[in-house]
Design a protein around this ligand. Structure first.
Ligand code: APR
Length: 241
């Protein structure tokens, strides 16, 4: 297998998507056809969906909390955490996954750009807090202000990413310049701005790798190297960890 050359000045940006958690048993979004109980996922993962039926939205996320609590990190998550041990702050992980498996595998220099399943925040106070509870019966109300509804700390369809997260990623790319090695792993490249990181990496002269069991052709065309395979099988060899 062709392997990336990582020198002493290399900086590694890793973008992960649902495919990295597939081998742990977490279904990918497009793998389930974008449907949940016959509804489009956009209907339950959006501010409009929450306004229309907050109880159903909490049921969806409560089931996802139960599901994520039962699974464990796989060798793909572990390989990324081991590469971070070697590179320290020359590595940054941006994950689109909300399942918490990267953190459980030991990743620390990590940005959860689409939010975190095991965090909740009040619609009014807006301060996220750790929360592994499930809410099947009623929409929870904020224990602090006693009036605001609690919602999952997830970036829903139609919502903006945290600008501080994007700045951190931009700064990392700029500071790396042509020493940047960018990996996109297990993502179909359909959701922006994450899908545009490869273009930013190319602009500074970085080298771009895609690892995916079934790469989307349009997305793959923007990479220097495409490795077809399961992340849990490919990454330990690719990273030499
Ligand atoms: N190893 C590597 N890649 C895999 C594996 C695997 N074991 N299993 C599946 N894949 C690949 C699929 O081929 C696909 O290209 O993972 C990708 C998953 O794509 P999506 O389901 O579209 O997930 P993702 O790109 O993470 O979605 C982005 O969209 O659903 C929203 O906000 C949600 O963060 C999510 C975003």
């Amino acid at each position: 297998m062709n392997r990336p050359q990582l020198g002493p000045a290399s900086k590694v940006l890793i973008l992960t998507g649902a495919g990295v958690s597939a081998e742990s048993g977490v279904p990918t979004f497009r793998g389930i056809g974008g449907l949940w109980e016959g509804r489009r996922v956009e209907e339950v993962a959006s501010p409009e969906g929450f306004d229309a039926d907050a109880k159903t939205v909490w049921r969806f996320y409560s089931l996802r909390r139960e599901g994520a609590a039962k699974v464990a990190p796989n060798p793909g998550h572990l390989a990324i955490a081991k590469l971070e041990e070697k590179l320290g702050d020359r590595l940054l992980l941006a994950t689109q996954n909300v399942d918490g498996l990267h953190a459980r595998a030991g990743s620390k220099r990590m940005i959860c750009i689409h939010g975190e399943l095991f965090k909740t925040r009040c619609e009014q106070c807006n301060v996220p807090f750790d929360d592994d509870k499930t809410y099947f019966d009623a929409v929870p109300i904020c224990p602090e202000c006693k009036t605001g509804r609690l919602r999952p700390h997830i970036v829903w369809f139609g919502e903006m990413l945290n600008p501080a997260h994007l700045t951190q990623i931009d700064d990392f790319i700029e500071s790396a310049g042509n020493e940047l090695v960018f990996f996109a792993i297990g993502t179909s490249g359909q959701v922006y701005p994450a899908a545009g990181f490869v273009d930013a990496a190319r602009r500074v002269g970085g080298t771009c790798w895609l690892v995916d069991v079934d790469p989307s052709p349009d997305y793959a065309a923007r990479f220097d190297h495409v490795v077809r395979g399961k992340s849990g099988e490919v990454l330990p060899h690719l990273f030499g960890v």
